[in-house]
Design a protein around this ligand. Structure first.
Ligand SMILES: O=C(O)CCC(=O)C(=O)O
Length: 265
């Protein structure tokens, strides 16, 4: 059964929050997203098949917009988005990454089963989550996210194998038929969001429908229990709420009321 109870997040490994942003806020986000898609460069560098490589640009690969554009940083700092994260991780929060993943109609890449945390070697700790904000309505036919509940239990680091297919990561965790049968599709209206644990298995099918499927994924951690190797980490780490703990000086202060410099590329 779909988990919408924050108190069950630790056990289930995910939670869905409905109607967090208004339709007007989503309209503004869609307009900014359309501009970003129109301005995509021809090539992008992405992490795929276990290495950084240059590929033909696709709107699934719009990684880390928030250090370059204050609009996306403000979405990551949105009070109602942060309230959902605080309800799961507590009041001291850092923003560590973000990624716009847009699957165009009829040709949207699948995302194979994976655990986020095993890709992030600069991140040490388990109180790490991804907020997956629906910018378009999403369901099974346009490739909504799916999660296999409870697979984060004990925080195992599962082995990855090559998919040999055209998908977002090029690598997958092999799942059993039993695990597949337990997968929960996170169908939701634009403005709703899900939050998943960085060790829980998740992925999504290709978009073969005639409708776009756009999402903004924003990754947060508990500032007291998670350590980021900021020399190795590829983007600045932002303190977005509460206190920054022992490493506070290494973070950009992006708490409410602070003006934060961005570096357009
Ligand atoms: O957008 C998707 O389909 C996958 C997203 C994902 O894997 C993530 O947010 O970690």
């Amino acid at each position: 059964m779909l988990n919408t109870q924050p108190k069950s997040f630790r056990k289930e490994g995910y939670c869905l929050f409905e109607e967090v942003l208004t339709s007007q806020e989503i309209e503004t986000i869609r307009n900014e997203l359309d501009k970003a898609i129109a301005n995509l460069p021809k090539k992008q560098i992405i992490y795929k098949d276990g290495v950084d490589k240059e590929v033909d640009a696709r709107p699934e690969y719009m990684v880390e917009p928030h250090p370059k554009n204050a609009f996306w940083l403000d979405v990551c700092r949105h009070p109602r988005v942060l309230d959902t994260v605080e309800s799961l991780l507590g009041p001291d929060l850092i923003l560590i990454m973000s990624h716009l993943i847009v699957k165009v109609p009829e040709d949207g890449l699948p995302v194979a089963w994976h655990q986020d945390n095993t890709y992030w070697h600069s991140v040490d700790g388990t109180d790490v989550v991804t907020v997956w904000l629906a910018i378009d309505d999403t369901d099974v036919s346009n490739g909504c996210m799916q999660v296999i509940p409870c697979t984060h239990e004990g925080y195992p680091e599962m082995e990855k194998v090559e998919t040999g297919k055209d998908d977002l990561l090029g690598l997958t965790v092999e799942v059993t038929a039993e695990m597949l049968a337990a997968a929960v599709p996170l169908e939701m209206k634009a403005g709703s969001l899900s939050v998943h644990d960085s060790f829980v298995l998740h992925g999504s099918e290709a978009n073969t429908s005639g409708r776009r499927r756009a999402a903004y994924t924003m990754r947060y951690a508990n500032a007291n229990t998670v350590t980021i190797d900021t020399k190795e980490h590829w983007v600045p780490v932002y303190l977005v709420r509460g206190q920054g703990g022992a490493d506070e000086k290494q973070y950009v202060d992006a708490r409410p009321g602070r003006t934060v410099p961005v570096t357009p590329s």
